[in-house]
Ligand binder design. Structure first.
Ligand code: MV4
Length: 508
């Protein structure tokens, strides 16, 4: 087993990996940029090293700096977390060259999945169902028109180097194809330095469901069930759950077996995720494979009872998977809320700054994977994910109830967060009945804008009324006519929200 692991990341995922190291008796090494000197992962690791300025390319994306620290401190492995260098084939290659084990797949698997057209070609060979379309670069408008006519409109233009929606265009008819193709190609060129674009049949209002896989270095590959990730906003996931309310045991087995076939075709090793689009008829299509541990891995951990980071480390150390497919049992239901430092009233714009007060939820069925503490200043330089609040229950209803109970226990002062959004989602009808697709959140936010403004106006009126009553009350008290006790009942909820605001203010 490794003696020392360098964690090439920051925030909650660095903390998550450091915790796994400690549980396994492995020393952990943190790296940090100038603005992360006092970050939680730095405080928690066994040792920590500065790697440069706040600009990620100078620090968390700086391959030679990170390898230099790893060599200097005698780390025998590197865990990349997610984002940053986690899917960088050059980094995996450089680690191998420095005889430091990269905890993840080999560079060749990453490269195969890094190009969407290349991945589609390989999946076609392996007999994996994927969205109908082309699997090579579009060379001309005429070629695109011919392909689109063959598969039928609407079609989706996608960047081969993409993922996450960049360089993607929905096209409804032949006239719209040329400008969309040109726009997609130049956007892809700017974003990825690679203008290659291909075409797929568009699946309207799909669900996004992904399958967790795990492969050791001895040829054993298993699937650990799916995650429902349809609740997103602008290609950023907001809430994920496992299992998916849509997937039954038969569909899970079929999807899982396809995911294992994908992993084997990629000669895949360690933890990975196979993404599917699912249409209204429950047909599922391979979309892409993420060659890293994902943000939402905790929901899979809770329903399988497995520790994915422990398993990643043990696999990287050359151990065999300690169980077989038939030993994997899915039990209960888990839902994750991604808590971001962002302003829901300002288009979910990032809201960095100092956390003045932090009260965190706990209790039955609640897990909190957090990377922050009271007094810490959330820097503007990185992804604004603060923490993940995960609710677990024997079924979906209990998971929802526990989360709904825990959310009001969560109190963050000093910065804005999206905590309020989750109360709305969890209380909403369609969500409660599991009717969610990738358009769900945009629809919810659209209808709620008007209703929300009304609610705010009502709340403001109530607060002003309460203030007037409070002033009148204190005046009448000084006047000594003793009517204060009557006022309490008369003002009702306005008084209680006023009192709550006063208590909240007392905390700051
Ligand atoms: C699609 C699609 C419909 N049809 N492909 C968006 C991100 C990228 N990874 C793939 N995406 C999509 N690809 C076809 N052929 C719809 C989306 C999509 C989406 C996918 C997953 C989660 C959220 C999404 C939101 C909008 C569009």
């Amino acid at each position: 087993m490794f003696k020392k692991i360098l964690v090439a990341n920051r925030g909650e995922i660095a903390v998550r990996v450091i915790r796994a190291c400690r549980e396994l008796g492995i020393l952990s090494v943190a790296v940090f940029s100038d603005v992360d000197r006092a970050a939680l992962h730095v405080l928690m690791a066994d040792e920590a090293h500065s790697i440069g300025s706040a600009v990620a390319t100078e620090s968390y994306l700086n391959i030679s700096k990170i390898l230099e620290v790893a060599k200097r401190c005698g780390a025998d492995a590197i865990h990349p977390g997610y984002g940053f260098l986690s899917e960088n084939a050059k980094f995996a290659q450089a680690c191998a060259g420095a005889r430091i084990k990269f905890i993840g797949p080999c560079a060749a698997s990453m490269e195969m999945m890094g190009s969407k057209t290349r991945a589609r070609q390989e999946m076609e060979k392996a007999g994996v169902p994927f969205v109908p379309g082309t699997s090579r670069a579009l060379e001309s408008v005429q070629q695109a028109k011919d392909a689109a006519a063959k598969i039928g409109y609407p079609v989706m233009l996608k960047a081969a180097a993409g993922g996450g929606g960049k360089g993607m265009r929905l096209v409804h008819n032949a006239q719209a194809l040329q400008p969309a193709l040109e726009a997609a190609q130049s956007e892809a060129q700017r974003a990825f330095g690679d203008g290659e674009v291909y075409l797929e049949k568009a699946i309207l209002n799909p669900r996004h469901i992904e399958m967790q896989v795990l492969a050791d270095e001895h040829g054993n590959t298993v699937y650990l069930g799916e995650r429902e990730c349809s609740i997103q906003r602008r290609h950023q996931k907001v809430l994920e759950e496992a299992p998916s309310p849509l997937v039954d045991a038969g569909m899970r087995r079929r999807m899982g077996e396809v995911a294992v076939r994908v992993a084997k075709a990629a000669n895949y090793c360690n933890a990975g995720t196979v993404e599917f689009l699912v249409d209204a008829e429950k047909n599922f299509y391979f979309l892409e494979m993420n060659t890293r541990l994902q943000v939402e891995h905790p929901v899979t951990e809770l329903i399988t009872g497995l520790d994915l980071v422990h398993l990643q480390i043990r696999i990287a150390a050359g151990e065999k998977l300690p169980f077989r497919q038939e030993d994997v049992v899915i039990r209960g239901h888990a839902i994750e809320c991604r808590i971001y430092a962002e302003d829901a009233d300002d288009n979910f714009f990032p809201s960095p700054g100092k956390i003045e007060t932090l009260l965190t939820p706990a209790g039955p069925g609640i897990r909190l994977d957090s990377g922050v503490y009271a007094g810490w200043t959330v820097p503007i330089d990185y992804d604004p994910l603060l923490a993940k609040l995960i609710g677990y229950g024997q079924d979906r209803q209990q998971a929802i109830a526990r989360l709904a109970r825990a959310l009001p226990e969560y109190f963050v002062a000093g910065i804005k967060t999206n905590l309020g959004l989750f109360r709305r989602i969890l209380a909403e009808n369609e969500f409660q009945s599991g009717k969610i697709d990738t358009g769900y959140l945009e629809r919810l936010l659209k209808v709620e804008i008007g209703a929300d403004a009304d609610k705010k106006r009502t709340a403001n009126i109530a607060a002003i009324a309460a203030a007037v009553f409070a002033v009148l009350e204190s005046t009448s008290k000084t006047a000594g006519n003793g009517t204060a006790s009557n006022q309490e009942g008369a003002t009702g909820p306005a008084t209680s929200s006023w009192k709550k605001a006063a208590r909240t203010e007392g905390l700051m």
